[in-house]
Design a protein. Structure first.
Lengths: 153, 590, 310
């Protein structure tokens, strides 16, 4: 996947995140939104990663939609009103989870693990357990950090 | 009700038991095996039951950790279903083994010969994770029961819930890695951890919903979750289809399409309708696991009676176990029904009260909120004692284990990197943490008293565990191959001189026993316990004949050389050994 | 902790019963059931013919470079044994399969297994050429073996410790070319095994096996070499002889062949040491193009195919 499409994926995740967890929405609506976002990510990865072309298939894209989902969940936690720190940590833990175990699965098939990315997410997860009040500035910093991890590592 | 369900379970279980016995006797050729991957029905059933085993911890621990209200009765049912499913999830990988006697070699456990499991194998991770998960779920369940009598224990439930929450996901992640790390084209997928966990949560919720139908009440939250999970799983199947072109139509119909009938109120409001929806989900997910494990299904292999028997064994056994324990708890527990709460939800209020009280008592993570404004010394706070300190112990133990395992290579030629050992970290950590917690409960909580019967049980478990560990540590003795040779017929007419024996010794024996007869410690320590030193008094006490017998027929770790040496050569070797020992003792005297 | 004598005796006897049960694992009946000579040679020949006629699996070959020294820790810089199969010479007669079966005591399979194509043969026929375990340098089977029964020797062989195998079949699932064979039947009890070669043990039911590159021949040669070396040193008794025999102080496995390679009348299977310039393997593959099955081409196979000249 070329870097430009990778950055685009980040924007799409950001866009989807704004639709999640609207105040007072029913669990069905939330679930449907999640599933819709996931389907969108799948289609995006399929075409953006040119996976229809059997010669170019890149196994590292196998968990790409789920990484997008995790990023989307991370971004969406900034708009929560209750238990923000807890879900922030959980969403980052999910991202860490997807990256780490996806990496291990690929490692057994001969690909290197993106340790930098994993360590960055792990470090951020650990640090954000100490956040007591999440201000607007802190929200912005977190989002910039996640996007930077996504784009550069 | 429970009695009839138990009897139905028994009716399925008994023929299933026959199938299990036959397949244990006959080995892996008895059941359906995939011709390409050598895996078959037991592995599908294993993945299925491990998935179901997540219901309990998921609903109880995750909801407890996330402060989602769930009444005690539902939580207990879910935890009990976890334990019952885990029993079957444990049986199937064991019966899958071709050489069952060697199962303990899968444990990362150093035996007397210095053998160690290959920790880079996902099966070893599996073994550890499931063992730890089983122990912790059992403790969680017991603590839940005990907390009913002794409210002082309630504050320990939340730390345990926070430990079990990642563990339940970790277990299924590792199960998914069994598949995702291989080169089988149908199993490739770095997204398998998410996929398997979604499937496991889905099937676990379906199972709890089904069990709630037998209890005669419903929890709408769980039914909604079941529906939402079916959507999520369909989305993941869509990705699987895009990636590999595989699509399991029947699994999709049963687990993806039929659950949508919950949107029709006729199905939703009818107890049988709800049960049918859950059964459909479970059946669909079983089919999915089955097709996934056997990619060649239909071309060269087919589902037979034994496979049906194995399915019946697990389903019947689960019903028997679950409803049996359920009845037992109903009948013998003091003030029956108290354990399982009331149907009308009045119990719910009590739980909320209890949790409020819990928060006030500053347990788990609630501590900062309730004591805001007060300065608590970090080392003496309650939270530190019941959560952080055990966790720190756990992390320390896990680190020590990883460093130790890294050094314990069964052979130097296995490449080991961090990614190979990492999946073992969390289970070890969780186990150590919970053990620290338990030790604290045992020694610190004044109100916690064990009954005499419980003490006996504890001691028995300890002794059993010790016996098992000792047996595993001893390992199997090497058996001599071939019929043993009787040396009496040859007599002592050695026609092999010392020089020639020296050559044979250097070629055949020196690797372990050393050129000078003092044994090669560097080599031997890596593979076997050090053989006894062959000094002169020892040789004399053993006698030439018995030594020749040992050389030819082998003994404990000494291999038999009957096929490779003539008896005359063996005599020569014993003589040479004696000359070495004599030289050695001579040097020692000087 | 309160534990009276009765409880103590109770728990002790429990342990004793456990121990007894453990000791009775090996039934004396097993010995009685062992049969005499086993099947005739004719049966083995017939089975090989059947296997050759049934062979359907295709090989998708891609070019690979010459195998070099292994990168795994502890690997010998001197030896890496392997084979090359000359597709220009091979006519697919199947003699190698029979020779291998006799050398390694590969058992027969019952009829229903044979009908399903589930043979124990370490050498298969694929695309009309013999095909066996490639002893990959980065063997996926070894990585997933939980007990360490599948491991790599310093000499580049992918070896099996039969006694350590728990039969999880994970290695079989992870072999991209299905070169591993699983003992579904107790061949000794069914009278399907015959010990042609006393140097190779018969395998138990429930363990994995596969081509060992005739490991016992290599081991015998190594022992012989060491013995002769010590003879030479002993005869001269000083350092000067060591210099005289300097090119022979390290064992390179010269002169060893595998059973399949011996049996091949057209000399299409060449065994040798990839790291030894004097090995026939290196000399005969010098100007040839090497191929390996597509699935394992990235895994550094030691057994390769060759076709056409460069």
């Amino acid at each position: 996947m070329i870097p430009l499409v990778n950055a685009l994926a980040c924007l799409i995740a950001l866009g989807c995140a704004s639709f999640l967890w609207k105040k007072g929405s029913s669990p069905y609506r939330n679930g449907a939104m999640l599933v819709g976002a996931l389907l969108l990510f799948c289609v995006f990865t399929y075409f953006g990663g040119e996976m229809f072309d059997a010669r170019l298939v890149d196994p590292t894209l196998e968990h790409y939609p789920f990484r997008m989902m995790a990023l989307c969940l991370c971004l969406s936690t900034t708009s929560l009103t209750l238990y923000r720190r807890r879900y922030l940590v959980l969403a980052q833990a999910l991202w860490f989870w997807v990256e780490l175990f996806g990496g291990i699965a690929l490692f057994y098939r001969g690909f290197d693990i993106a340790w930098m990315r994993i360590l960055a997410i792990l470090g951020m997860t650990f640090c954000s357990t100490f956040l007591s009040r999440i201000s607007k500035e802190m929200e912005f910093c977190l989002m910039v950090f996640w996007i930077a991890v996504w784009v550069f590592f | 009700m429970f009695r009839y369900l138990m009897l139905a379970g028994l009716a399925l279980f008994l023929p299933g038991l026959c199938a299990l016995g036959y397949s244990l006797y006959e080995g892996p050729s008895a059941w359906m095996l995939d011709s390409r991957t050598f895996w078959g029905t037991p592995i599908s059933l294993f993945v299925f039951w491990v998935g179901l085993a997540h219901a309990g911890t998921l609903l109880s621990a995750v909801f407890l950790a996330l402060d989602i209200k769930l009444d005690r009765r539902t939580a207990l049912i879910a935890e009990l279903s976890t334990l019952a499913s885990l029993v079957f999830a444990g049986i199937f990988p064991l019966m899958h083994l071709g050489y069952l006697q060697n199962f303990y070699m899968v444990a990362p456990f150093l035996d007397a010969r210095g053998n160690f499991a290959n920790v880079s194998s996902p099966l070893v991770w599996d073994f550890c994770c499931i063992a730890v998960y089983a122990i912790l779920s059992l403790l969680f369940f017991v603590m839940h029961l005990k907390a009913r009598v002794n409210p002082a224990l309630d504050k320990y439930r939340k730390p345990m819930a926070w430990l079990l929450f990642p563990l339940v996901l970790w277990v299924h992640t590792v199960v998914s890695l069994d598949f995702a790390t291989t080169f089988v084209p149908e199993w490739r997928g770095a997204f398998f951890p998410v996929y398997f966990i979604a499937g496991a949560i889905f099937s676990g919720i379906a199972l709890v919903n089904l069990l709630l139908c037998t209890e005669g009440y419903r929890v709408r939250l769980l039914e909604r979750l079941q529906l939402i999970c079916s959507w999520i799983l369909c989305a993941i199947w869509f990705w699987d289809f895009l990636l590999k072109g595989t699509f399991f139509a029947s699994a999709f119909i049963f687990a993806g399409v039929l659950p949508q009938l919950r949107l029709v109120s006729v199905f939703r409001e009818n107890r049988w309708g709800r049960a049918a929806l859950s059964v459909s989900v479970l059946f669909g997910l079983f089919l999915e696991r089955f097709y996934l494990v056997s990619p060649e299904y239909g071309t060269s292999s087919s589902f037979g009676w034994i496979d049906l028997g194995l399915v019946a064994f697990s389903v019947g056994g689960f019903m028997l176990l679950f409803f049996g324990v359920r009845r037992l708890l109903n009948r013998y527990a003091e003030n029956a029904g108290a354990y399982f709460g009331e149907v009308d939800g009045s119990d719910m209020a009590k739980v909320e009260e209890a949790e409020d009280a819990e928060r006030v008592a500053a347990s788990g993570l609630g501590v900062e909120k309730s004591k805001k404004g007060f300065y608590i010394q970090p080392w003496s706070s309650e939270e530190y004692r019941i959560l952080r300190f055990p966790l720190l112990v756990g992390i320390a133990v896990a680190l020590i284990f990883v460093v130790w395992a890294w050094g314990q290579l069964p052979f130097v030629n296995v490449e080991l990197s961090l990614a190979n050992v990492l999946p073992l970290v969390y289970p070890v950590m969780a186990l150590a943490t919970v053990m620290t917690l338990l030790a604290r409960i045992y020694f610190v909580e004044k109100s916690f008293v064990l009954h005499r019967r419980e003490k006996i049980l504890g001691v028995a478990i300890l002794i059993l565990a010790g016996a098992c560990a000792g047996t595993f540590f001893a390992g199997g003795a090497s058996e001599t191959s071939g019929a043993s040779v009787d040396v009496a017929a040859f007599g002592e007419n050695t026609n092999v001189d010392l020089a020639q024996s020296a050559l044979v010794w250097n070629a055949r024996c020196a690797t372990c026993h050393g050129r000078d007869g003092k044994f090669n410690e560097k080599f031997v320590r890596e593979y076997y316990p050090v053989p006894p030193k062959l000094d002169l008094p020892r040789l004399d006490s053993l006698g030439t004949d018995s030594l020749v017998k040992v050389v030819l027929n082998g003994r404990v770790n000494m291999s038999a050389y009957a096929n490779r040496l003539t008896p005359a050569e063996a005599y020569g070797l014993v003589n040479y050994m004696r000359s070495l020992a004599a030289r050695d003792s001579g040097e020692g005297a000087r | 902790m309160g534990m009276d004598r009765r409880e103590f005796i109770k728990s002790c006897s429990l342990v004793a019963v456990m121990g007894l049960l453990y000791g009775c694992r090996k039934l004396p009946l097993d010995e009685v059931a062992r049969l005499g000579d086993g099947p005739t040679l004719k049966q083995f020949e017939d089975e090989v013919k059947l296997a050759v006629s049934q062979a359907k699996k295709q090989l998708d070959l891609v070019k690979v470079s010459r195998p070099g020294p292994l990168s795994i820790p502890g690997a010998s810089p001197l030896n890496r044994f392997g084979m090359a199969i000359d597709l220009d010479l091979c006519d697919g007669c199947g003699e190698c399969i029979l020779a291998c079966n006799k050398e390694n005591n590969v058992p027969l399979v019952p009829e229903d297994d044979a009908a399903r194509g589930r043979f124990m043969h370490w050498v298969d026929m694929r695309s009309g050429a013999p095909f066996m375990c490639a002893h990959c340098g980065k063997a996926p089977c070894e990585r997933v073996c939980p007990t360490g029964a599948a491991n790599h020797t310093p000499d580049g062989l992918s070896a099996m410790v039969y006694k350590r195998c728990a039969g999880s079949r994970f290695c079989g699932a992870n072999c991209p070319v299905q070169a591993r064979k699983f003992n579904f039947n107790d061949a000794q009890k069914l009278g399907l095994a015959r010990k042609f070669n006393k140097e190779v043990p018969l395998r138990d039911k429930g363990v994995m096996e596969k081509c060992s590159l005739c490991l016992h021949r290599l081991q015998n040669d190594r022992l012989k070499f060491k013995t002769q070396l010590s003879v030479a040193v002993a005869a001269a008794g000083n350092v000067s002889v060591k210099n005289a025999a300097e090119n022979a102080t390290e064992w390179r496995g010269r002169g060893v062949t595998t059973a399949c390679s011996d049996a091949c009348k057209r000399r299409a299977i060449i065994f040798g040491n990839w790291l030894d310039e004097k090995s026939p393997l290196v000399q005969l593959t010098k100007d040839r193009v090497l191929y390996a099955p597509r699935e394992i081409a990235d895994l550094d196979p030691s057994v390769v195919f060759m076709r056409g000249r460069r």
